[in-house]
Write a protein that binds this ligand. Structure first.
Ligand SMILES: O=C(O)CCC(=O)C(=O)O
Length: 214
């Protein structure tokens, strides 16, 4: 990661790290993400409980998030039965380092990799399917963004709480843990044509790193 990200604490435990990844690191990570999304266990568009299709292509590494049952499992029993690919060690190390840079501890065993095309979105939700102990301890989620910028929504811990909009650009990280671990969040839209030209990419890749248990 860059030695000089600009770190803004938006609320206790919620940090926006601007320019966290230099462009060469973004490029290398993007290549890995593309290969994974179109690899032997490819990304897919989840259909969630209630029948709605998500507006992203998703691939879970380490453990699979079952969108019909809202739980993690080793294989994609809600889709094709394939095993979740392993979480690469260098991904884990990067997420750990980002968490540590804001004074938090994370030893991730899950990464949810999402690709948003220009119409991609994600509704307001809480990340609360990880283990009870990790949630209670406020073990953070680390999010990394690549490609086009996104309007990221950050609410409170109740659905009706007011929501702020944060512009997440390529190379930015966002960390939410401690008292912010269960904040509602989502993505209202992708801003077309805003990715760094060096990346030669359309749309947005987002990686969220999570730790299931302590
Ligand atoms: O794409 C993002 O910035 C947020 C992703 C997200 O909320 C999630 O994967 O749970």
């Amino acid at each position: 990661m860059s030695s000089w990200p600009e770190i803004v604490e938006l609320a206790p435990g919620a940090f926006h790290l601007r320019r966290c990844l230099p462009i060469d690191a973004q490029w290398a990570l993007l290549r890995r993400c593309r290969a994974l999304l179109d690899g032997a266990v490819p990304a897919y568009v989840p259909v969630v409980r209630g029948g709605g299709r998500m507006r992203v292509r998703m691939l879970c590494l380490g453990r699979h998030w079952n969108g019909k049952q809202y739980r993690y499992e080793p294989t994609r029993s809600d889709f094709d039965g394939l095993p979740a690919p392993p979480l690469p060690e260098e991904f884990r190390a990067l997420a750990r380092e980002i968490a540590a840079s804001v004074g938090m501890s994370l030893d991730p065993d899950i990464c949810i990799l999402n690709y948003y095309d220009l119409r991609g979105q994600m509704g307001l939700h809480q990340d609360k399917d990880e283990g009870e102990r990790a949630l209670a301890a406020g073990v953070p989620v680390v999010s990394l963004s690549l490609g086009d910028a996104a309007r990221f929504l950050l609410g409170g811990t109740r659905r009706r709480d007011p929501v702020d909009t944060v512009r997440l650009e390529s190379g930015d990280a966002f960390v939410f843990g401690g008292p912010s671990r269960l904040r509602y969040h989502g993505v209202s839209r992708i801003e077309p044509g805003t990715a760094p030209p060096e990346l030669d990419v359309t749309g947005r890749f987002n990686l969220t790193f999570r730790q299931y248990d302590l």
